[in-house]
Design a binder for this molecule. Sequence first.
Ligand SMILES: Cc1cc2nc3c(=O)[nH]c(=O)nc-3n(C[C@H](O)[C@H](O)[C@H](O)COP(=O)(O)O)c2cc1C
Length: 206
Amino acid sequence: MSYSYQPRLGHGLPHDPLNAIIGPRPIGWISSQSAQGERNLAPYSFFNCFNYQPPIIGFSSQGWKDSVANIAETGEFVWNLATRELAVAMNESSATVPHGVDEFALTGLTALPGTQVNVSMVAESPVNFECKLTQLIQLQTANGEKLDQWLVLGEAVVIHIADDLLENGIYQTAKAHPILRAGGPSAYYAISDDLRFDMTRPDARK
Ligand SMILES: Cc1cc2nc3c(=O)[nH]c(=O)nc-3n(C[C@H](O)[C@H](O)[C@H](O)COP(=O)(O)O)c2cc1C
């Protein structure tokens, strides 16, 4: 037996299971800047990496929020790695505040100028990707009905990695203490090396 439902008719459960099923998700902690130079910072867990070379990352905004508006204006953004140490600040930066309010100041984070984009990076974050907008896609239903949901894709033109996360040149994923978003109003997960397992692809065994 399984529980089946058609999402367009409602899930019929106390909480929508979608985010709990597709999870835990990496967090797109996105900094951007308006054309007037106002700084912005917000987390997006509809986020992932979609291409190796060039690196293309993206996030989806439920509505035309400040991050999307800024990126549409300037064509630039930065992704900052959200870590366990920065979890409270990351969460605070999601507060709904008027356009133009600087979440760096709000959260007490340090704004570091980008080198290739005119966007501040979170200095406390051990990894930052400086990105240029490649596509801004309005999502739509299977019937072609346009949604007020926006997928932002960008090419990482510069990647900064804290030295201590590279051991003999190998990036140490767990050492960065990344945090991952799961379902419901509050669930997150962390990762650790004791949960790691390795498996090579069939094609790589030859
Ligand atoms: C962990 C976390 C993940 C979030 N993921 C998303 C998301 O994927 N899409 C979205 O539209 N909002 C998401 N939000 C809510 C936004 O962060 C929030 O609406 C924020 O105020 C948007 O800021 P902005 O208007 O400055 O872009 C998330 C919030 C948190 C705390």
